[in-house]
Design a protein. Structure first.
Length: 276
């Protein structure tokens, strides 16, 4: 892992708050389709609500913030759905299109509030505000009924809350950083586990060069040459040299899957810590 450069983390506001705060069942088979449809319809609702707002409403405002904590530089960016400027003050507006009956909704979801609070903190810091409004606008996608939940937060409250959020995220970032160091060291010392068969070395070299140069490589080779190991091994070596963090191996759920699993097992047995 490269020093310095790899300690810089770029993350969106949404991914940050969802990573730290999301909870519940990991099984989304019942809701995945509905969520996809809600996202598509939600975009339409966003635009429709934004067009209805008056001159004091600024839509789709990009907000950025950089945090230096421990050895990490965390660059956070997002787009506030709206910023409302009134004589009474500034309000961050986060719009969410949902199918839920708004009459039964008693409060805003914590993740939605967290997004808006992040934007509220960024905007308050940039513009030296003592306080700011944070508003979640829910719109039922089917009926277009609207319900809003609003809170007022001081800058000190938002700062304390945001620093707590970042502190929780840094715990995971620290783990990934040290895991990456151990992983790269294990890859650096990894040798090809068997004597090369005819054509294997050339194939492995071609795979590594393609990855390091950001090129595509199409391979046609006879059965038994050891294609899987000849592709996975140089891919791991490329990860160890900083050319990537993840390896995707796509195969059928049959014998070719077993071959891939056996390949990784052989490399792990020789001390390699696999990437994600």
């Amino acid at each position: 892992m490269k020093t310095g450069e790899d300690r810089k983390i770029k993350i969106s506001v949404r991914n940050l708050v969802e990573f730290v705060l999301r909870s519940g069942d990991l099984d989304n088979r019942r809701t995945a389709g509905a969520e996809k449809e809600a996202m598509q319809e939600g975009s339409r609702i966003h635009r429709k609500i934004q067009r209805r707002m008056g001159a004091g409403y600024q839509a789709e405002v990009v907000l950025k913030h950089v945090v230096e904590e421990e050895q990490f530089r965390i660059e956070i960016e997002g787009r506030a759905d709206g910023i409302i400027t009134e004589s009474s003050g500034i309000t961050i507006d986060e719009i969410k299109g949902i199918y839920q009956d708004l009459g039964k909704k008693e409060a805003a979801d914590e993740i939605h509030l967290a997004q808006a609070r992040c934007y509220g903190y960024f905007y308050s810091l940039k513009n030296n505000l003592d306080a700011i409004g944070v508003q979640i606008t829910y719109c039922n996608i089917e009926t277009e009924e609207i319900r809003r939940f609003r809170e007022e937060r001081s800058f000190e409250e938002l700062e304390e809350w945001f620093l707590g959020l970042i502190h929780e995220y840094v715990k995971w970032a620290r783990y990934l950083y040290h895991h990456g160091i151990r992983r790269d060291e294990s890859i650096k010392n990894l040798e090809f586990p068997f004597p090369y068969r005819e054509g294997q070395r050339d194939l492995a070299v071609a795979v590594y060069r393609s990855i390091s140069r950001g090129k595509n490589l199409f391979i046609q080779a006879p059965t038994g040459i050891g294609k899987t190991l000849s592709a996975v091994y140089p891919a791991l070596k490329a990860v160890g040299e900083g050319y990537g963090d993840k390896i995707f191996y796509l195969t059928a759920k049959t014998i070719t899957r077993s071959v891939a699993e056996d390949t990784y097992r052989i490399l792990r047995d020789r001390g390699c810590i696999s990437p994600q």
